[in-house]
Design a protein around this ligand. Structure first.
Ligand code: CU
Ligand code: CU
Length: 365
């Protein structure tokens, strides 16, 4: 090979190497830009972009964007019905499939609901007393109610599908005491549950628990664009509602918070500036652990008991950052003394509870 021919080969190889290096450089420079674009609102979110901020919710609503707030009257009242004793606790749960549910300020999703609210009403009885729940199906699909807890097979709400326009009455002795989910079990369950057909059931010990300020908090999520990934996470059905409207507490006020995770991901309820006594599943009278965060898998629940020593705003959140950024956060506004008028938003709609001593309340529409 002549020298000239050898040099030609050298130049050709050098050119090829240069083009390859340029291609790699361009790809490395462009890739983060493309990923960031994928994470923008409306862009499909999948693959590695899943954990890239900003996410849809956090970009719009990070820490309760001041210009858009949920109206106070639409905030879900976190107070469960009082613990009462009676032979039968009667409820009527009406299923509809067309609730325009405002999952975050200005953002509505068509939800399926018990009594027109997401989550459904808190059901409550004492251990050993009967719970009677009439399911009225005003939807277009078969629905059921599946309760957790101990009961006969035909009260389990799996095989007895209730057709549209019909009703079915579940009745069982509430036991054991604890905190339980209830939810629709029609297939596909993922659709029936996560469209909104879920709620909390509290079974109190026969002797009741030490009286405290009580909060019932359901952790869930909403997939608005049906891409298989949640767009908003929420305490009691609405992202950021307790950031827009903090829950008022007082220094020294004893609080019992019932928490239920009904979504397909692990949740980690966490309160700031404090520790809580943890009663897993609510199946003990006294806390067995002092902590400030607990992991709850799907359908797991717990009672958190605490009181604040210092006044001020304290966040309560899911410790998974993405869940918090997309709505699973809020504040306790702890006042120096018990506020004389504790402003509570109205309950969205109350379940029918007709046992002795309680005037019947209007069932949700
Ligand atoms: Cu259903
Ligand atoms: Cu379940």
């Amino acid at each position: 090979m002549s020298f000239l021919r050898y040099a030609r080969w050298l130049v050709a190889v050098a050119l090829l190497a240069g083009v390859a290096a340029l291609a790699v450089f361009t790809w490395e420079w462009w890739r983060p830009v493309a990923q960031a674009q994928q994470a923008l609102p409306g862009a499909p979110r999948h693959g590695p972009s899943h954990h890239l901020p900003p996410t849809k919710g956090s970009e719009i609503y990070q820490y309760a964007y001041p210009a858009v707030r949920l109206p106070a009257e639409q905030v879900f009242d976190p107070a469960p019905p009082a613990s009462t004793s009676g032979p039968v606790h009667e409820y009527e749960l009406v299923v509809t499939e067309d609730l325009q549910h405002e999952v975050a300020p200005g953002i509505k999703v068509t939800a399926w609901a018990f009594n027109g609210q997401v989550p459904g009403p808190v059901l409550r009885a004492r251990e050993g007393e009967r719970i009677r729940v009439k399911l009225v199906n005003n939807g277009s699909l078969p629905h059921t109610i599946h309760f957790h807890g101990v009961h006969p097979a035909d009260m389990d709400g799996v095989f007895e599908l209730v057709p549209p326009g019909q009703s079915y009455t579940y009745e069982f002795v509430a036991r054991p005491y604890g905190v339980f989910p209830y939810h629709c079990h029609s297939m596909p369950a993922s659709q029936h549950i996560h469209n909104g057909l879920y709620g909390m059931m509290i079974v109190d010990p026969r002797e009741g628990r030490v009286p405290m300020r009580e909060l019932a908090m359901v952790m869930s999520a909403f997939d608005l664009d049906r891409d298989g990934e949640a767009d908003f996470y929420a305490w009691n059905g609405k992202a950021f509602q307790y950031a827009d409207h903090p829950i008022q507490l007082a220094v020294g006020e004893k609080v019992r918070m019932y928490v239920l995770n009904i979504f397909e991901e692990i949740m980690a309820p966490h309160i700031h500036g404090n520790m809580f006594g943890l009663i897993r599943s609510g199946t003990a009278l006294k806390p067995g652990e002092l902590t400030d965060v607990v992991s709850l898998g799907i359908a797991e629940r717990a009672i958190l008991e605490f009181q604040y020593d210092h006044p001020g705003p304290y966040m309560f959140q899911c410790h998974f950052s993405e869940h918090m950024e997309l709505g699973l956060m809020g504040w306790f506004q702890v006042q120096e003394r018990a506020p004389s008028t504790r402003r509570q938003p109205p309950r969205p709609s109350a379940p029918l509870d007709t046992h002795a001593g309680h005037p019947p309340r209007e069932a949700g529409k």
